[in-house]
Write a protein that binds this ligand. Structure first.
Ligand code: UDP
Length: 453
């Protein structure tokens, strides 16, 4: 009799990586696998703490941790430094974990599914003689661009640090919108030095592409047909990875405790009336912009649900202006976002355009108001507004600020635009059945599973 396969799942230490890989893990469990979910020790503590507070459980998934090489009080805000430390420390720790599981618990790992940003893990897998696969948590189009980064260097479009030599826009195909060079994700890390570190780290991770036959991707050809057709045998769509709406009990590995009181508040709001405002796990605001946003939400005279994260260790502190009364609105520290976006009271989503937030909105037919912050979010914004045409972007002034008047204007403009709403609904219908049995993503997941195990 065949023994149950054990899959080691290894996300990069970010909320937008842990969430989809946790959903993938639950699907692997449904396919009859044992899953061991390996976080960095810092992330592990956060996930376990919020899981306890949310009364969630991951009883079907074993959660373990390995050190990332930084001390417990380190804030890990500098992603370049974090990646450097991870690539120095984690490979040997992962190897030790795999050995310990075998020696101490009799668990033989069958394969490793690693986030592309943990690409070194496939070298470890090869060393210890187990199979590996990559997981790409963001847009397929972004993957295609970075997969071609070495060609862009060879063609003297980028230098060896990933910095642009030419200002010519990138154009990969007729469907993927033209991309300004400055929209490449590693050029949007605030600090050019960090961008350079991240580019080198990504290239290092992609060096192990020969160790996997394909990259599992949290997207679908319904959303990005051309991107998938550009790498047909490499990029394998298995998304959008979403928790089923009828299952609130499975844990997705939230870093913050969800405030579920917003769900009963939403129940009291008229259908399609609420502006949902959330900027993911990284975005920071300066006080002036935060004030403008707060007062804009009141100016809209619509109900709003606004996620304002509480990060006790963060030095960037902002506060609500004294004029802000909060009528009609609810502010929470962290939302059960997937549930919120599927609530009929939601009218639109003011979002930073992280890929997970994007596909959660699109899968629920919620139009977006795009306010990108860093990394791939600028590309996602272009894709939402120019290719899919299911959202609009804010216009900032010469200082990069968006005034309260402009914010209100855009909310009104989006909500009165029937075309955007109807396109969002049509796209939702296309995406709705994508994880049903027999769909491309579900069939891919099953067949990749069979090949891997
Ligand atoms: N999220 C959430 N509650 C919130 C804000 C975000 O559950 O209040 C989840 C959201 O559903 C998504 C993830 O956190 O799955 C954020 O990932 P995304 O790629 O959108 O952005 P990132 O945080 O990586 O910038």
């Amino acid at each position: 009799m065949m023994s149950t396969p054990t899959v080691l799942v290894l996300p990069a230490p970010g909320q937008g990586h842990v969430n989809p890989m946790m959903i993938l893990s639950h699907k692997l469990v449904d396919h009859g696998c044992h899953v061991i979910f390996v976080n960095s020790d810092f992330t592990h503590k956060r996930v376990v703490r919020s899981m306890e507070n949310n009364n969630g459980s991951s009883s079907t998934i074993k959660l373990v941790a390995i050190p990332d090489g930084l001390g417990p009080d380190h804030d890990r805000v500098n992603l370049g430094e974090l990646c450097d430390s991870m690539s120095r420390t984690m490979p040997s720790e992962l190897e030790k974990l795999i050995e310990d599981l075998q020696l101490n618990e009799g668990i033989k790992v069958t394969c490793v599914v690693a986030d592309v940003f943990m690409g070194w893990a496939l070298e470890v897998a090869r060393k210890v003689g187990i199979k590996g696969a990559f997981f790409w948590p963001a847009a397929a189009s972004v993957f295609v661009l970075q997969y071609n980064a070495s060609n862009l260097v060879a063609d003297a479009i980028l230098d060896s640090d990933g910095l642009p030599i030419s200002e010519k826009p990138l154009w990969l195909s007729s469907y993927i919108p033209t991309m300004e060079i400055r929209d490449l994700w590693w050029l949007n890390m605030f600090d050019p030095f960090v961008g350079k570190q991240m580019f080198k780290y990504m290239m290092h991770c992609l060096r192990n592409s020969n160790l996997t036959e394909w990259f599992l991707c949290n997207s679908t050809p319904e959303l990005e047909p051309e991107a998938f057709s550009l790498l047909p045998n490499i990029l394998s769509p298995i998304g959008p990875l979403l928790t089923p709406n009828n299952n609130n009990t499975i844990s997705v590995g939230q870093f913050w405790e969800e405030d579920i009181s917003c769900m009963s508040w939403l129940d009291q709001q008229p259908q399609c009336s609420v502006v949902y405002v959330a900027f993911g796990s990284h975005t920071l605001f300066n006080q002036t912009q935060f004030t403008e946003l707060a007062l804009a939400l009141e100016l809209t005279n619509r109900p709003f649900l606004w996620v304002v994260r509480q990060d006790p260790n963060c030095t960037n502190k902002v506060s609500l202006p004294p004029e802000f009364k909060g009528y009609k609105g609810k502010i929470i520290g962290w939302a059960p976002q997937k549930m919120v976006l599927s609530h009929p009271a939601i009218a639109c989503f003011v979002s930073h355009c992280g890929w997970n937030s994007t596909i959660e909105a699109l899968s629920n037919g919620v139009p977006l108001l795009c306010w990108p912050y860093f990394g791939d979010q600028f590309f996602n914004k272009n894709y939402i507004c120019d290719a899919l045409k299911v959202g609009m972007a804010f216009d900032s002034d010469e200082n990069g600020m968006i005034s309260r008047g402009k914010i209100k204007e855009k909310v009104d403009q989006l909500l009165s635009n029937e075309n955007t709403r109807s396109r969002s609904h049509k796209l939702m219908e296309k995406l709705k059945h994508n994880m049903d049995e027999g769909s491309t993503s579900s069939t891919n997941l099953s067949s990749n599973n069979r090949q891997l195990l």
